[in-house]
Design a protein around this ligand. Structure first.
Ligand code: GDP
Length: 424
């Protein structure tokens, strides 16, 4: 019963969406296990470009179970917008299933997200301001509203009332009279409940049923390992656990249900938002990489920070996720960039040499990368479809990554389209 986790190995935006889309074709179902509509996946099918923020990438396969797990936080406005958009493009939504236990993003979560970032001023985290952090805060505080609550007016109103009082007090510092009305909010959310009722179910049970039959289920992670709230560059992290272990919690299966963990990394590195990024290229070359790779956020359009491949961070990601396979995307972007640097160690300001990710935040903020230089290539890779057709320098680059991380590179992306992928 193969359970396959697909997880970001860097700071997110590695191209997981394309891999999930590819693997979903063979699989029997897909479930997203964490995050919210701060994630953005771009899928290219023929001439059509699809951008998803909430709905798992597998939705394009008509009727295949495509689940939003209990670990995800859902903004119903965004969800319904995506549903309408897909319907308008003729996509069959029959396979969509939404966990009754998933938590909802409420209007006050959006307000608190913006207020929180403003309060932090220069120290802001760079959240997408979609209310995701505050929704997870309410979940932990046991003040969250869940999808199932939308199906019971009395309970919904009671729960919103309980959550609303402290929010009004918190928001008063920013707005004298925050526009948060219990009655109209309850009615608004009941209407959302009506719209999505047909999709609500016990997704954990559905996943279990499939795995028991021997079906293949893809567990789709959002963001990346270095943004994990426990293992990433805290506090500059996302408010959930993107790492593979969280697939169990966010989908409702035991660890024994997971057979493979596929880590997805770009051939270089990018990061959105604030926080440490040891191999960052804050120069003309970084800008060239941004342009060549189209490194602008799917959700926010924000320019992504760019840098060299960081193999210390990737080794760390492999360790905390337990990668069985590695996928390197966007190798085509490195064409014509001259010699390539890959970070194989760090030097601290006091001169200490490190070959592993340090646990102390103060050290992380002052890491100086130690680079190994590898020869680049000028050949266009976008039409390459086999390992043999790759220039030797590109093969050596991939081999070096695989050796340093200790996990074989199984797939390589050479362009955004579905067929622009090489099996090694
Ligand atoms: P995700 O959130 O990890 O799925 O990543 P995004 O979808 O935000 O970002 C990946 C972007 O890179 C998308 O625009 C993809 O179409 C594109 N992409 C994926 N793989 C490749 C590749 O191998 N080469 C190139 N040039 N683009 C790719």
């Amino acid at each position: 019963m193969p359970g396959i986790v697909i997880v970001g190995a860097q700071w997110g935006d590695e191209g997981k969406g394309k891999l999930v889309d590819l693997m979903a074709e063979q699989a029997d179902g897909v479930i997203r296990y964490q995050g919210g509509n701060n994630a953005g996946h771009t899928i290219v099918h023929g001439e059509t470009v699809y951008k998803f923020h909430l709905i798992p990438s597998g939705i394009l396969y008509s009727g295949k179970p495509c689940m939003i797990g209990n670990g995800v936080v859902i903004d119903p406005v965004v969800l319904i917008g995506e549903l309408d958009g897909l319907k308008a493009r003729g996509i069959d939504l029959g396979g969509l299933k939404i966990s009754a236990n998933a938590h909802l993003i409420m209007p006050y979560h959006l307000m608190l997200d913006t207020a929180g970032e403003q309060r932090l001023g220069k120290l802001h985290i760079g959240t997408t301001r979609r209310g995701i952090g505050p929704a997870y805060m309410d979940k932990a505080a046991r003040l969250g509203i869940r999808v199932q609550d939308l199906l019971d007016e009395k309970i919904l109103k009671k729960k919103i009332a309980a959550a609303l009082a402290p929010k009004k007090a918190q928001l008063r510092a920013w707005e004298k009279d925050p526009a948060l009305d219990l009655q109209s909010m309850t009615e608004e959310y009941l209407a959302y409940g009506n719209r999505i009722e047909q999709y609500i179910t016990d997704t954990a049970k559905l996943v279990h049923t499939h795995l028991t039959k021997g079906d293949t289920i893809i567990f789709e992670g959002a963001q990346g390992a270095m943004l994990d709230i426990d293992h990433g560059t805290y506090p500059f992290v996302t408010s959930s656990n993107p790492i593979a272990g969280a697939a169990c919690v966010g989908a409702g299966v035991g660890p024994t249900a997971i057979d493979e963990v596929w880590g997805v990394a770009k051939a270089y590195a990018t990061r959105v938002g604030q926080g440490p990024f040891p191999t960052e290229l804050d120069d003309e070359f970084g800008e060239a990489l941004r342009q060549a790779g189209g490194e602008f956020g799917t959700t926010t359009g924000r320019p992504r920070r760019t840098g060299w491949m960081d193999l210390v961070a990737l080794r760390y990601a492999s360790r905390i996720n337990g990668f069985t396979n590695l996928v390197i995307t966007k190798l085509d972007v490195l064409t014509g960039q001259g010699d390539l640097q890959v970070c194989t160690g760090y030097r601290t300001d006091s001169g200490a040499e490190l070959d592993d990710w340090p646990y102390h935040q103060s050290v992380v903020h002052h890491l100086n990368p130690v680079y190994t230089t590898l020869p680049g290539w000028d050949d266009d890779l976008t039409k390459v479809r086999s390992k043999e057709q790759l220039p030797q320098a590109a093969r050596d680059y991939l081999d070096f990554i695989g050796e340093q991380v200790g996990v074989k590179v199984s797939l390589v992306g050479v362009g955004p389209a579905r067929d622009q992928i090489i099996e090694l």
